[in-house]
Design a protein around this ligand. Structure first.
Ligand SMILES: Cc1cc2nc3c(=O)[nH]c(=O)nc-3n(C[C@H](O)[C@H](O)[C@H](O)COP(=O)(O)OP(=O)(O)OC[C@H]3O[C@@H](n4cnc5c(N)ncnc54)[C@H](O)[C@@H]3O)c2cc1C
Length: 486
């Protein structure tokens, strides 16, 4: 099949951890805190790398392999179920079981486990016929790219939003506001510009660029370009934030997935990796279509994160003996309701799965859950802060716990109701990580923004609500005194 050659280091099929790590030791230009870094050796990046390697290894565990891998019908290799393009109920259920495995293994803390973007590539594959209507080559490229990613278990990042320079201006006034095509040839295009944020970028093999949420408003078609590029492409710079994994432990010691700005400084993209050019209407339609499976896996991950937050809040309340107080059980019940709403929502969305134009089976729309996810998440953190209060600040460190001279004091004043100082401080430190410190605050920002501007998500939900007219008719009937609503 065209375009399925192995990337450096790939044995083909689903990664094992060590092969994955070797595969991203390449010429990628990753910058962090004023230094160019080798992601595979830098202490700030090493912890997450080993978490990812562990997750890739877990795919092959005898007790999981059946749920996470399947045999490719093209190569015969064992490939990840994340890349399964499901054609029926059985396929979709296997896909979700695999996604559960990915997100469960990180307690919902990794928003961008590779499973997320693999599902965007499934969406790209599903959308190939519409792309082919613009140009048959785009359709073929999308299909080839899907096979390439699936056969090589590629980890992807994506960059959609434009750099946050001046939202009141347009690229017509300032071209650097958007990523654009600056040269075109028969063999490919050259792109220039930047993408504001791409999570997982330093750990990914490739980036998929497919839409700036605002670019359909632009009249210049050169800003409409969908393509994929290896992270190690000349001219592509990855500007990371400072790592949260700073040696002080906590969740960042395992789950700092990184976020980076991507700068494309006249980057050549070969034609076989270009999926769409110029056609803003197709780009707008495609935006929703590409994300059908990934939004669902994103909600699965979110469900596991909410469960973690509930578990932490409950343990914290028990540790300090407030778990039977009415105002605390009220808070815990509220948090439980969010967990249940998401679980039930996921079941309902799955039950509303429907065939796509290309013959795959896709979940129903996640828009209603997307619209409330940020609010639930913010409220869940607030509940943890409300229950934990000052205990979220005053806890002994592991070094304190290991200091004999402090032991008697800690055991007397820093223990809980029926909880040792060791156990209590670990629960509270975890809670602070999730709801007070920068790791948790970044996650909260993520939950609020990653599905796009929540105001836009909610506005579109309202504008497209299929039952709105009947709701209005019902309200009008009531207002006009008509009694029978049947
Ligand atoms: C931790 C994190 C990780 C992320 N990871 C990724 C990723 O991997 N890939 C990716 O592509 N994206 C990612 N996102 C980006 C996410 O999609 C954006 O944050 C979201 O689309 C909002 O865009 P913005 O952050 O540029 O905010 P802006 O668009 O700059 O908005 C800033 C403020 O201005 C308001 N505003 C802006 N424009 C308008 C307007 N026209 N009318 C009214 N109000 C307006 C907004 O509501 C907001 O209050 C991530 C975000 C976060 C926080």
């Amino acid at each position: 099949m065209a375009g399925t050659a192995l990337p450096p280091g790939s044995p083909g099929g689903a990664w094992r951890g060590s092969d994955y790590v070797a595969s991203i030791k390449d010429e990628r230009e990753v910058w962090c805190d004023g230094r160019r870094v080798d992601v595979t050796g830098d202490p700030g990046f090493q912890p997450m790398l080993s978490t990812l390697a562990g997750l890739y290894d877990a795919q092959h565990r005898p007790d999981r392999a059946d749920e996470m891998l399947h045999r490719s019908d093209t190569s015969g290799n064992l490939v990840s179920l994340s890349y399964l393009a499901p054609a029926d109920r059985d396929g979709l259920s296997r896909k979700w079981a695999n996604s559960h495995r990915w997100v469960e293994a990180s307690y919902g803390q990794l928003s961008r486990v590779p499973d997320f973007m693999s599902n965007v590539v499934v969406g790209l594959y599903d959308f190939r016929f519409q792309l082919a209507e613009v140009d048959p080559e785009f359709g073929r490229n999308a299909e080839d790219y899907y096979h390439y990613c699936r056969e090589n278990d590629l980890a992807l990042t994506h960059g959609l939003g434009d750099p946050q320079i001046d939202r009141s201006s347009t690229p017509a006034e300032r071209p650097e506001l958007g990523l654009r095509v600056v040269r075109r040839g028969a063999d490919g295009i050259v792109v220039r510009g930047a993408k504001q944020i791409a999570t997982l970028a330093p750990y990914a093999h490739e980036v998929l660029v497919y839409l700036s949420p605002a670019n359909y408003l632009r009249e210049d078609p050169s800003y409409v370009c969908w393509f994929a590029a290896p992270l190690a492409t000349p001219g592509l710079r990855v500007l990371c934030r400072r790592p949260y994994a700073d040696g002080s432990g906590g969740l960042a010691a395992h789950y700092d997935e990184q976020d980076a700005m991507l700068v494309f400084d006249d980057v050549f993209i070969p034609m076989n990796r270009v999926f769409l050019l110029d056609d803003s209407q197709t780009a707008v339609r495609g935006f929703g279509e590409l994300n059908k499976w990934s939004l669902y896996t994103g909600q699965l991950r979110y469900y596991h994160r909410l469960r973690t937050l509930l578990g932490v809040a409950s343990l914290m309340a028990q540790a300090i003996g407030v778990h039977t107080f009415r105002q605390v059980t009220d808070l815990l019940g509220e948090l439980t309701s969010y967990v249940e709403i998401v679980r039930l929502g996921l079941a309902a969305i799955d039950a509303e799965s429907r065939p796509t134009a290309s013959g795959l089976l896709a979940p129903g729309p996640t828009a209603a859950l997307d619209a409330v996810a940020g609010r639930f998440s913010t409220r869940a953190s607030e509940i943890i802060r409300q229950i934990g209060a000052s205990g979220l600040i005053t806890q002994p460190s592991e070094a304190d716990l290991a200091t004999p001279e402090l032991r008697a004091v800690l055991d007397t004043y820093m223990c809980g109701r029926e909880t040792s100082a060791d156990e209590k401080s670990r629960i509270f430190r975890l809670a602070a990580d999730l709801a007070v410190d920068r790791f948790g605050m970044r996650q909260e920002l993520y939950e609020t923004w990653n599905r796009g501007d929540p105001a836009r998500v909610r506005s579109m939900l309202y504008a497209r609500y299929p039952d709105l007219q009947r709701c209005e008719t019902q309200a009008r009937d009531l207002a006009e005194g008509r009694k029978d609503n049947s």
